[in-house]
Design a protein around this ligand. Structure first.
Ligand code: SAM
Length: 278
């Protein structure tokens, strides 16, 4: 990422979540009215004008990926909350809206959104422009995950590092170097037991849609640089201090979210989400 340019992929993911609200019918994987306020009228108009592009197979698959990761992360957060976790860190938060549509039970959580300074400034501008109030349990912290020490930065936040926390990091790893990723794993793996980390990790793909998407993000200055082999990833997580690693494979995703719902977006064809527990 460039130092002073907000992430355009964060805006792209927001557009996909917005499209899900507008063009995917009544049955939704993620109910997110706030995303429409956050992106604003002009972006919605732009989306509607290009509606047909949102039904292309590559865009549909990407929409499933983006919507499913938020839904799964929020479901895992609820489980973690019921298991006693009261701290929620969103790493590389982008235009994530959970904090601004949080259910009642989440009022007891300390929520910290961490992101690259330029992306976070852009989000704060959008929140202000949209008149979206920032709830009392929500705070922000700037971080460059390539350059900054996560532990040091989080010491300045409202999180208590001596207690377990729930961390979501969605659509971020692919933009980071292996070194930065290894440091994140080691740090989170060193946090107190019961800490949970839900994140996306992508396998290398060579199909046409992946090639087109990779070119697009590279042109926007956010190239995809890190892909994973899942066996090696599980080993790395275990070596970094995690005791359990659970992959959300396509069959399980289909069973959980697609089997009984009339969704217009297709079930995922690949595994890209996992939950690692310290
Ligand atoms: C594709 S967006 C995903 C945003 C959000 N998590 C979501 O699911 O919509 C990628 C996010 O990673 C963040 N990011 C990428 N490189 C980063 C870095 N070096 N340090 C901090 N954040 C970074 C961007 O600022 C952006 O918010």
């Amino acid at each position: 990422m460039h130092d002073d340019i907000p992430s355009s992929t964060a805006v792209g993911a927001a557009m996909l979540r917005a499209a899900h609200q507008i063009i995917d019918g009544n049955d939704k994987l993620l109910d997110d009215p706030v995303i429409l306020k956050l992106i604003g009228e002009d972006a919605i108009q732009h989306l509607l004008e290009r509606k047909r592009e949102f039904y292309l197979p590559g865009t549909l698959a990407m929409r499933t990926h983006v919507v499913l990761r938020s839904r799964y992360a929020e479901d895992c957060l609820y489980d973690a909350y019921n298991a006693g976790i009261t701290q929620f860190l969103i790493l590389g938060a982008g235009m994530d809206t959970f904090a601004y549509r949080q259910p009642k039970w989440a009022g007891g959580l300390t929520i910290v959104e961490a992101d690259h300074p330029a992306s976070q400034a852009n989000k704060l501008d959008h929140l202000i422009d949209a008149g979206i109030e920032i709830p009392q349990n929500v705070s922000f912290i700037k971080i460059n995950l390539e350059e900054d020490d996560l532990a040091e930065v989080l010491k300045q936040s409202k999180l208590d590092l001596s207690k377990p926390m729930y961390i979501a990091c969605l659509g971020v790893m692919i933009y980071l170097t292996r070194d930065a990723i290894a440091k994140i794993f080691r740090f989170i793996g060193s946090l107190p037991g019961k800490t949970e980390f839900v994140f996306t990790a992508s396998q290398k793909r060579t199909d046409m849609w992946a090639v087109i998407a990779a070119e697009k993000v590279a042109q926007a200055g956010e190239p995809w640089i890190s892909h994973f082999d899942f066996e090696a990833l599980e080993d790395q997580l275990k070596m970094s201090g995690f005791s359990r690693v659970i992959f959300l494979d396509p069959a399980e995703a289909k069973r959980r979210y697609f089997a009984h719902a009339n969704l217009r977006i297709p079930p995922p064809r690949r595994c890209s989400l996992l939950r690692a527990v310290v």
